[in-house]
Design a binder for this molecule. Structure first.
Ligand SMILES: [Zn+2]
Length: 422
């Protein structure tokens, strides 16, 4: 047996971890990869070469590439710019969005769709998958899987939507199963399937490799994406709170893993009471964060009638950005910041996170008056007073879509050779 082969065999188990390090930007050079994996330079070199041969990463050995740990030039590692993609889909209150996402959380192409989300989730899932399949056909890129983000907690392992409060779906709608059916109908290929692009519906009921089409809650997936590629990098106990187009969601990423609770319902932070005499909530409670700190609550507090032209989230963002000088807009922003801060303080006391990231309209509220929000959280939280938890805006565009893509990439990150059928 040659020495090279021995090295490679020793490195096989390192292919997944190595790919994840390059995917998340934590191994920008081969020297860093060597150190992170705790292997010899030769093994790291063989692992990087294998990932490059699989078309997943690019190894740049040109002189002058970024310096290594000893100040010596080291080979630069990046995700392959024209490598495979996954299909990411998101359904929200105002319609859907499809995207092709490469390694590194890079959005290659995206297409929005506006529609009244019907009571039967199959119709909107067919529409978003068809939009994604169209992007795939146009790109000609190899597809390795698909992931879906929905505005509801998703029960595990059933893949059902537990509380789709803002869309008209029945609680318990089998969204994962329906998503997989839509993918099969559109002929979207998955891991282990060597064909490059969907050529139409499959001829037979052949299902190569593992079933594709993972599904998760939109804010959970946003948090996962931000942890791997955005504002959550390096946090150990990451709390994410965000508005969607309607309502408020939360997520917790503990040492890189989403905490979803015993049945997928953890971190339903939208139903924390932040205003005892507040408006009635669809959960049966009153004054929940969900109805007191979402885009509709902001528009209402500012005395604005929501229009039908663009999404409530967009209307609320535009108002906050363009008319903050208007006293009624500023007062509404302060009201929402105070209510959001109250909810965050309660969460800080219970969870003791080391970082909080805010998405959707909450990101814009943080930008509008960061000191006010930090002061409210500090004033009301035990841990806040003794140092403060960093409060940061989410940084990724379409983070729920990038997170849905992470679900689809996971089998590739776990075992690149198996996922690519190599
Ligand atoms: Zn509620």
């Amino acid at each position: 047996m040659t020495q090279t082969r021995t090295r490679l065999e020793r490195g096989r188990g390192a292919l997944g971890p190595a790919l994840e390090l390059v995917h998340t930007g934590r191994a920008p050079t081969r020297a860093v990869l060597t150190a992170e994996l705790g292997v010899t330079r030769a093994t790291a070199g063989a692992v990087a070469a294998e990932l490059e041969a699989l078309g997943l990463i690019r190894v740049d050995s040109r002189p002058g590439a970024a310096a290594g740990t000893q100040g010596r030039p080291s080979h630069r590692l990046t995700v392959a710019p024209d490598g495979p993609v996954v299909l990411a889909a998101q359904v929200h209150v105002d319609g859907f969005r499809a995207a092709l996402v490469g390694l590194g959380g890079r959005i290659v192409a995206t297409a929005p769709g506006c529609m009244t989300v019907p009571a039967d989730p199959a119709a909107v899932l067919d529409a978003v998958v068809e939009a994604g399949a169209g992007l795939l056909r146009a790109s000609g890129r190899r597809c390795l899987g698909a992931g879906l983000a929905v505005p509801s907690a998703v029960a595990e392992p059933e893949g059902t939507a537990l509380n789709p409060l803002h869309v008209a779906w029945q609680a318990g709608a089998p969204v994962r199963e329906l998503f997989r059916r839509s993918l099969a109908r559109a002929g979207v290929p998955g891991p282990g399937d060597a064909t490059a692009v969907p050529a139409g519906p499959p001829a037979a009921d052949s299902a190569p490799g593992a079933p594709i089409g993972q599904t998760g809650n939109d804010v959970n997936l946003a948090a996962l994406a931000e942890y791997r590629h955005g504002a959550g990098r390096g946090a150990r106990q990451l709390l994410c709170v965000a508005t969607g187009h309607r309502g408020v969601g939360g997520a917790l990423v503990l040492d890189g893993r989403l905490h979803t609770g015993s049945s997928g319902l953890a971190l339903e932070v939208g139903h924390l009471t932040v205003h005892e005499e507040g408006r009635a909530c669809h959960c049966g409670g009153r004054g929940c964060l969900d109805v007191e700190a979402d885009p509709l609550a902001f528009l209402t507090a500012a005395g604005r009638e929501p229009g039908p032209e663009v999404s409530l989230l967009q209307q609320a963002r535009d108002l906050l950005r363009d008319e903050y000088a208007d006293p009624s807009v500023r007062a509404a922003a302060h009201l929402l910041i105070d209510r959001l801060g109250r909810g965050l303080a309660g969460l800080v006391n219970i969870l003791n996170p080391d970082r909080i990231i805010l998405g959707g309209l909450h990101r814009d509220l943080l930008d509008a008056d960061p000191e006010r929000l930090r002061a409210v959280v500090a004033e009301r939280s035990l841990w806040g007073r003794s140092g403060g938890v960093p409060l940061l805006p989410c940084t990724l565009d379409y983070n729920s879509l990038v997170g849905a893509a992470e679900l689809a990439w996971q089998p590739v990150l776990d075992d690149p050779l198996r996922a690519l059928g190599a």
